[in-house]
Structures are given as structure tokens and as C-alpha cells.
Design a protein around this ligand. Structure first.
Ligand SMILES: [Zn+2]
Length: 444
């Protein structure tokens, strides 16, 4: 990684890119086969390579400053958020006077001011506001996001953009993510490598504790905190709403949870855990962001210059138990609804109510659905919105599948979380496929 060389002597400081230039001037034992050292690659990096950074938060601030110091000069950044006072501890491109301002704009101005010659073009808004033409102009796209939904959207968009006739339509996506002391960086070549959707089952499940455990058999400090917030608060305070930002409310939960923990010999109920459980906070640690952002930036640099082979394709960093990193090739899923070609088969029984399909969808970790709506070959079966349609289709939830659908029918699933339509192929037991019949020799 290049750093500015501040000369302490009277001589003029060296240009910022001196060290990067050394890498680009000649091949070495580790450079990629395609690498062509010299001015062409330097010219491409500085004058032609357009990079988009999605997110100007904890990861985004790090990625932006790393890109600028690595020699990228045409950087774009997109973020819909404004700066909050709680961001200032790690999003170091922002100052107190910037609170309330656009993250993208403030970050862009800061980097331009500090690294002369670099142009950072901000967009304050949602990634969904931009169309394919916007994304087509970039050579590399880097995600520094904390939202699964936004990642799914950009991933599906970039996969759909790939046109086999036009190699320029394939945009490498470098995705970074952190959670506390853990993080990952990955390189996605849409339609070629496994995509973001292929690996959704690797996400940690949203922690939901069964209510009977909370009520009767607590084992963890979290169970006691959930008991205090979910069961005791409404019992004691009735309709009064719990305010997660009110320190008095958190204190009450802490005291209540500690009393219960003591009764069950459970240790570890603290103020920060209480706050974490009720607010569902994922701690953001600046140094983890720095590690992951550095990995993402190096991958962008290697893509832009071919100076070294790029990551294939998933790097995990684990800092919560000692330090451990691991790189592996995450494989494509043939039934990935975004990049795979196969529809997903679901074995069902004809007497199951339609509701059971909804339950299956909500429980399936690699789908991450919130409120799925269902359509069959003949039209809507169950829609969650608008309310009139929900009411009209609700009776279908109790009807048996055999009455609504046939073997091999396709069920189309839509959901606010899904940036595409998911198709399920229903398989009734004992039914015979038309394709299987064709394989059976004709009876003589
Ligand atoms: Zn995929």
C-alpha cells in the first residue's frame, strides 16, 4: 500500500505514488501473466479506470482514502445517509461540523482536499435510483455496505447486466463486510464466480430466541434480557412503549434481567449486552474496517493493473478468537435464483395448506425473506399487500396445495427483500414427470 512520503529533509517530498509506481514499472516473481509493466498500466490506473464505491460509512471512508492513496483518480461514491454524531468515532472523513450533511458529498470533498489530483464524484441517494447505464460506466465496483438488502440488489443488477456479446458489461464486484472483530472480502465476477446470493446461507441467522426458552428455561444472559424486555416490560408497564435510547429504560431492563440471571445462576448480564440485545446492535470496530477495506482496495488495484493475481474468491478474517484468516473458492449454486439456471424444487404433500409454503419460505436461511407473496400459473394465490388483496387471498392459506396447484407447477415468489422473482417447482409425491415418461420405452 502506498503511503505519502513526507520528507523531513529540505528536499521536496516524493510524489505520493512513488512506491506504487515501483510495482508497476517491472514484472516480478508474483506478477500476473497478463501484466504489462510500464506507462500503459500507469496511464490506465490514473486516467481511465473508473471505480464506484457503494457506501461512505465505516468501510467506505477507509476504501475511499485507500483508493486515492493507491493511485486511483476517478472515484465515484454513492450513499443515501447523512452523518450522525455516532459515526464520528470511526468514519474519520467526518467532523462534528459535518453532522447532518451528506456522507457521500462530505467524504468526496475531504478526499479531494487531502489528495490533490484525485476526483471524487459523490451521489447522495439510493443505489436503486441509478439505472444500468450508470453502472455500465465503471471498471470496478466496490461495496462497503452494512445492508444485506442493498448488496442483494446490486448483485442481482450486475448479474442481469452481463451480456455475453459485450465483455465490457461484466463488472467485477468487490464486496467487503465487517461485524465486530470479524470480516470478509470477496471478489465476484458476475455469472462467472459464485455471486452474493449464492452465499446467503452463510449469513448469521438473526437471533430469535424461542419464547418458551425465554419464559421457562433461560440458559444465556441474552435469554434474561429478552425476558425483561419482551415479557416483563409489558407486564409491568402495560402500553408504555420501551424506548431503546432512554438510559432509564435500559437500566430497568438491566436490573430486571440481572435479578433473573442470578436466580438461574447465569452470568454476563451487562449494560452493553442489554443495550446490544434490545437494539440489535452489531458493533463496528474501526480497525476491522481498516483491514477489510485494505483487502478490498488491493483487489481493486490488482484488477486495474493486473499486477498480481486477484482473490479467488472469498477471504474471511476472524479476529475475535486470536487472529485467523482463510481464503477459499466459494462455489456457485446451480439453483441460485440470481446466477444459477435451475429452478428450486420443493417436495410437498397435496394435503398441506398453502400456509405451509409461506412457513417454508420464511424458515429458509438462504432466501432471507420478510413478507413473501405467492402466485401460481393461474394468478395470485396469496398477496401480502395491498390490504384488499391480502384480505381477498387470505382464505387460500388454509386450502390444500392439491386443490390450488398441480405437480410440477411453478410458484412465483415475490418479496420486498427480493430484487428478483423466485420460482419454486412443486413436487407432489408419487407423481410422474412428463420428461420421465418420455424415457420409459413404449409398451409393446
Ligand atoms: Zn448466485
Amino acid at each position: 500500500m502506498a503511503t505519502a512520503v513526507a520528507s523531513t529533509s529540505a528536499t521536496a517530498p516524493l510524489p505520493r505514488t512513488t512506491h506504487v509506481d515501483k510495482i508497476l514499472e517491472r514484472s516480478g516473481p508474483y506478477t500476473d501473466e497478463q501484466f504489462q509493466a510500464g506507462d500503459i498500466v500507469k496511464d490506465f490506473l490514473r486516467n481511465h479506470c473508473k471505480v464506484l464505491v457503494i457506501g461512505a460509512g465505516g468501510l467506505g471512508c477507509e476504501i475511499l482514502h485507500n483508493l486515492a492513496l493507491t493511485g486511483f483518480r476517478d472515484i465515484h461514491v454513492i450513499d443515501m445517509d447523512t452523518i450522525d454524531v455516532s459515526n464520528l468515532n470511526r468514519q474519520f472523513l467526518f467532523r462534528e461540523k459535518d453532522v447532518g450533511r451528506s456522507k457521500a458529498q462530505t467524504a468526496a470533498q475531504f478526499v479531494e482536499r487531502r489528495v490533490p489530483g484525485v476526483k471524487v464524484t459523490p451521489f447522495h441517494g439510493k443505489i436503486q435510483d441509478k439505472d444500468e447505464a450508470f453502472y455500465l460506466q465503471f471498471n470496478i465496483i466496490i461495496c462497503g455496505l452494512d445492508s444485506v438488502e442493498a448488496r442483494r440488489w446490486i448483485n442481482a443488477t450486475l448479474v442481469a447486466m452481463v451480456d455475453e456479446e459485450n465483455p465490457e458489461s461484466l463488472k467485477p464486484l468487490i464486496d467487503g463486510g465487517t461485524e465486530g472483530f470479524k470480516g470478509q472480502a470477496r471478489v465476484i465476477l458476475p455469472t462467472i464466480t459464485s455471486c452474493y446470493e449464492c452465499s446467503l446461507d452463510m449469513l448469521a441467522r438473526q437471533t430469535v430466541f424461542p419464547i418458551c426458552t425465554i419464559a421457562n428455561t433461560p440458559r444465556l444472559p441474552e435469554h434474561c434480557i429478552e425476558w425483561a424486555s419482551v415479557l416483563e416490560w409489558p407486564r409491568v408497564f402495560g402500553d408504555k412503549k420501551l424506548d431503546n435510547d432512554d438510559p432509564d429504560h435500559i437500566q430497568w431492563l438491566l436490573d430486571t434481567a440481572q435479578t433473573r440471571a442470578k436466580a438461574h445462576n447465569i452470568e454476563g448480564v451487562t449494560w452493553s449486552l442489554t443495550q446490544g440485545v434490545v437494539k440489535n446492535i452489531i458493533p463496528a470496530i474501526a480497525s476491522t474496517n481498516a483491514i477489510i477495506a485494505a483487502a478490498c482496495t488491493q483487489e481493486a488495484f490488482k484488477f486495474a493493473t493486473t499486477a498480481a493475481p486477484y482473490l479467488n474468491n472469498y477471504m474471511m478474517y476472524t479476529g475475535n478468537e486470536s487472529v485467523y484468516t482463510y481464503t477459499f473458492e466459494h462455489e456457485k449454486r446451480p439453483d441460485c435464483p440470481v446466477c444459477g439456471g435451475e429452478s428450486r424444487d420443493v417436495d410437498v404433500q397435496p394435503d398441506w395448506p398453502l400456509e405451509r409454503i409461506l412457513e417454508y419460505l420464511l424458515e429458509t436461511q438462504d432466501l432471507q425473506l420478510k413478507k413473501p407473496s405467492l402466485s401460481g400459473p393461474k394468478g395470485p394465490l396469496y398477496f401480502q399487500a395491498p390490504p384488499q388483496l391480502e384480505e381477498a387471498t387470505r382464505p387460500n392459506l388454509q386450502k390444500p396445495l392439491g386443490e390450488l396447484l398441480s405437480h410440477d407447477d411453478e410458484l412465483i415468489v415475490t418479496d420486498a427483500n427480493l430484487p428478483f422473482q423466485l420460482s419454486l417447482r412443486l413436487r407432489f409425491p408419487g407423481a410422474v414427470d412428463a420428461s420421465d415418461l418420455a424415457a420409459v420405452p413404449a409398451a409393446r
